[in-house]
Design a protein around this ligand. Structure first.
Ligand SMILES: Nc1ncnc2c1ncn2[C@@H]1O[C@H](COP(=O)(O)OP(=O)(O)OP(=O)(O)O)[C@@H](O)[C@H]1O
Length: 214
């Protein structure tokens, strides 16, 4: 899998948030976005995930085999600021929903209990999601990435609300995903403890001097 962004620009409301963003990630590579609040990290992630239309530029997810272009939803997981889980459903019901909804176009994901165990929360999958603490909820949101396989993980502040042990656990899961040829694009204010990652500092309006077509 290859992920290529070419000359991207995006607008929110009236304002251009960024222009001329390009990068290329091959299997096993990661890019970490940094920058102050409001600098456009979430906007860029949403553009890459196909949830927001760019003002200009292209995003290409391309399979290594056959060089076939893939739809972002088929090639990537998107973990946003919100956890995308229903409070009234149990943890197992939430994860089962995501597994069925996402399906598995290629490699199958982990069974639910194994995914919960991988984020350090086995034995609580019978509880309503809403009963969990903020950190436990974030861990389960991350387990969604494990129940259905996607080669590209797009992560917006994945470690928000997590304690130090969960920080390490998620960093290990991200490192394992990269080691298996996955691609990771993450926005974060905290270091994820990953080695050999590319970094891009978003500058927000300050970087937009020449207009979108400049
Ligand atoms: N729907 C919207 N309409 C208008 N402006 C928006 C909208 N969503 C975001 N913005 C603006 O776009 C800019 C970039 O926001 P974005 O959420 O991408 O920043 P960020 O770098 O992810 O910030 P943070 O670190 O706080 O998560 C901000 O100035 C924000 O106010």
């Amino acid at each position: 899998m290859h992920l290529t962004a070419e000359n991207l620009a995006a607008r929110r409301g009236e304002d251009l948030i960024f222009v001329n963003i390009s990068f290329h990630l091959a299997a096993g590579e990661a890019l970490v976005l940094t920058g102050r609040n409001g600098s456009g990290k979430s906007t860029l992630l949403r553009v890459i995930a196909g949830l927001l239309k760019p003002e200009k530029g292209t995003v290409i997810f391309r399979d290594g085999e056959g060089w076939k272009d893939r739809h972002p939803g088929e090639a990537s997981h998107y973990l946003g600021h919100r956890n995308a889980m229903k409070n009234e459903l149990t943890v197992a019901e939430n994860l089962e929903f995501w597994r069925a909804f996402l399906g598995h176009p290629g490699t199958a994901g982990l069974p639910l209990e194994e995914a919960a165990e991988a984020v350090g929360l086995s034995g609580i999958t019978h509880l309503p999601f809403g009963y969990l603490s903020a950190g436990q909820q974030r861990r389960i949101a991350f387990a969604k990435l494990l129940v259905a396989h996607r080669p590209v993980w797009i992560l917006d502040e994945p470690t928000a609300a997590l304690d130090a042990s969960a920080d390490r656990l998620l960093a290990e899961l991200i490192a394992a995903h990269l080691a298996q040829g996955g691609i990771v694009l993450a926005a974060t204010h905290q270091p994820l403890g990953l080695e050999n990652v590319q970094q891009m500092k978003m500058t927000g309006f300050a970087g937009v001097d020449h207009g979108v077509w400049g």
